[in-house]
Design a protein around this ligand. Structure first.
Ligand SMILES: Nc1ncnc2c1ncn2[C@@H]1O[C@H](COP(=O)(O)OP(=O)(O)OP(=O)(O)O)[C@@H](O)[C@H]1O
Ligand SMILES: [Mg+2]
Length: 256
């Protein structure tokens, strides 16, 4: 296969006495969706926080397009085209849609000799992003704080922001956990269309149905260690749960 767009090699990190990741390697190609699975505390969020510049690994290295990636903070990662959507930190509640799309990267215009934030442009882009994603939000809500929107609309705006900024790698930590069924379906559809456009997607989810519906590969972590990687066509839910919890526990766990 071609060179991965993003590759993690031999990454370890420790928090005090906890070895959250032990020599973990994984990769994702352009146009591929990789599901990152594992039980609670397996190290999934920690791994994506290393990729998105929140944590520095104690050992190991992240590569982007074959080159070592030096990311000191999340702004560095974003500048490279690595966008991360965290479940709870997805949007700034009190700001409108446009402000959320531009958060920290607001366009500026000159008015009366001063630099001011170009709000009309932000509102225009917000509408374009929503149209592109086929999301209908009444105008008065587009201009109000996003906390007035539904979970699915908020998640879609976070995805829209990543698209607007030309994400090459999109990382999503439990994007559908808080959503209703139609909203979950919308987010899954958005993932499929990003994949078609060549975006590399890393999806963390506990929902095996979602994982099997959109992923190409499944990568499993257990207590900080990589325990396996499978093409979705080669496994079923039982096999994934066994990898997540270990053979000895699998028999006692419910399978989704
Ligand atoms: N900032 C931190 N400080 C100390 N320990 C941490 C920190 N972040 C994570 N850990 C620990 O590292 C381990 C992995 O946590 P992580 O959040 O990556 O798990 P996860 O796979 O995302 O779990 P979940 O499915 O519950 O979200 C856990 O034992 C957790 O307690
Ligand atoms: Mg987590």
């Amino acid at each position: 296969m071609s060179q991965p767009l993003l590759e993690v090699r031999g990454v370890s990190i420790r928090f005090g006495g906890v070895e959250a990741l032990k020599k973990v390697s994984m990769s994702v190609h352009a146009g591929e969706v990789v599901a990152l699975c594992g039980d609670n505390g397996a190290g999934k969020s920690t791994l994506i926080k290393i990729i998105s510049g929140v944590y520095q690994p104690d050992e190991g290295q992240v590569f982007f397009d074959g080159e070592p990636l030096d990311i000191r903070d999340p702004q560095d990662a974003r500048a490279k085209g690595i966008e991360t959507i965290y479940q709870d930190l997805a949007l700034a509640d009190n700001l409108d849609v446009g402000s959320n799309i531009f958060l920290g990267r607001e366009p500026v215009t000159r008015r009366f000799g001063f630099n001011v934030i170009d709000r009309p442009r932000m509102a225009g882009v917000a509408q374009d992003v929503l149209d592109q994603l086929d999301i209908v939000i009444p105008a008065r809500k587009i201009h109000g704080p996003v906390k007035m929107l539904s979970g699915g609309q908020r998640q879609a705006i976070a995805i829209g922001r990543a698209i607007y900024w030309n994400a090459r790698v999109l990382i999503m930590d439990e994007p559908t956990a808080a959503l209703g069924v139609p909203e979950q379906r919308k987010v899954m559809e958005l993932i499929v269309s990003l994949k078609k456009e060549g975006v590399a997607v890393i999806l963390i989810s506990h929902n095996l149905h979602d994982i099997f519906s959109v992923s190409d590969r499944i990568f499993v972590l257990r207590r900080g260690e990589a325990v396996g990687e499978r093409r979705v066509s080669e496994v079923d839910g039982d096999a994934v749960v066994k990898m997540m919890v270990g053979d000895e526990y699998a028999a006692t766990r419910a399978v989704a």
